[in-house]
Design a protein around this ligand. Sequence first.
Ligand SMILES: NC(=O)c1ccc[n+]([C@@H]2O[C@H](COP(=O)([O-])OP(=O)(O)OC[C@H]3O[C@@H](n4cnc5c(N)ncnc54)[C@H](O)[C@@H]3O)[C@@H](O)[C@H]2O)c1
Length: 270
Amino acid sequence: MSYNLLKGKKGIIFGALDEKSIAWKVAMRAKEEGAEFVLTNAPLAMRMGEINKLAEQCNAQIIPADATSVEDLENLFSKAQEILGGKLDFVLHSIGMSPNIRKGKTYGDLNYDWFMKTLDISALSFHKVMHVAEKQDAMNEWGSIVALSYIAAQRVFPDYTDMSQAKAVLESIARNYGYRLGRSKKIRVNTISQSPTKTTAGTGVGGFDAFYDYADKMSPLGNASAEACADYTITLFSDLTRYVTMQNLMHDGGFSSMGISEDIVEMISK
Ligand SMILES: NC(=O)c1ccc[n+]([C@@H]2O[C@H](COP(=O)([O-])OP(=O)(O)OC[C@H]3O[C@@H](n4cnc5c(N)ncnc54)[C@H](O)[C@@H]3O)[C@@H](O)[C@H]2O)c1
């Protein structure tokens, strides 16, 4: 159902890889709610070609950008404003990748060059995005910027290894840039801490199925789906949440408030 929440709003959506991606669902919902936007992803990720389908469905243009490259981001932000015919109202950062996780490295055996890459791709890129947006004065007043996080920023999930630190940095960047952009242009910056979700990035983490089921059994509402995450993101892009900023917002069916649930007790007692 559409509420026209984003009518007349323009934005950039990072990170739609395939139809399971959270960014993909956000793009579909943003279109439904009347937004116009540009899609972007790393040039390598585009080789799969899936994003072209989304672009067609959303009548959106694609501008490739490696989110770790300030030069690529400068090109992206200036072209996006040209294409959309003005400044932006929203940006979604839905980017995460750890070479250490990809190669199955444990926390005690991390490759430090890859650790730096994890931080650059999954956290510093968020700073770079806002840095370029600010330099180009690319956002309208009361704009909204959202990045996706995970509770491993606060709690220990052993297989999440260096991504835990990346998410902690990401959330800190949201607070610090949120202050800066709030003061200068009333732009809000938040992270959404999402339930485990069956996407390429999610299922790449060791033991994913176990912690997906664990979180589902712990949460009174069950795990939040990618579609539900998209709905929540749309509210943060809308004018209905203008005073929400510098927050890490839990979107996890209640998981983060739980100690233990009856379902888990039952499972363990068996
Ligand atoms: N899936 C989960 O369980 C889960 C839970 C909480 C948070 N998140 C977060 O949600 C976000 C989106 O992930 P997803 O689950 O939709 O998986 P996904 O694999 O569909 O999306 C990750 C995206 O990051 C992009 N990316 C990687 N390196 C990049 C670079 N250098 N420049 C630009 N883009 C790059 C990939 O191409 C891909 O589109 C990530 O930040 C992820 O950490 C996911």
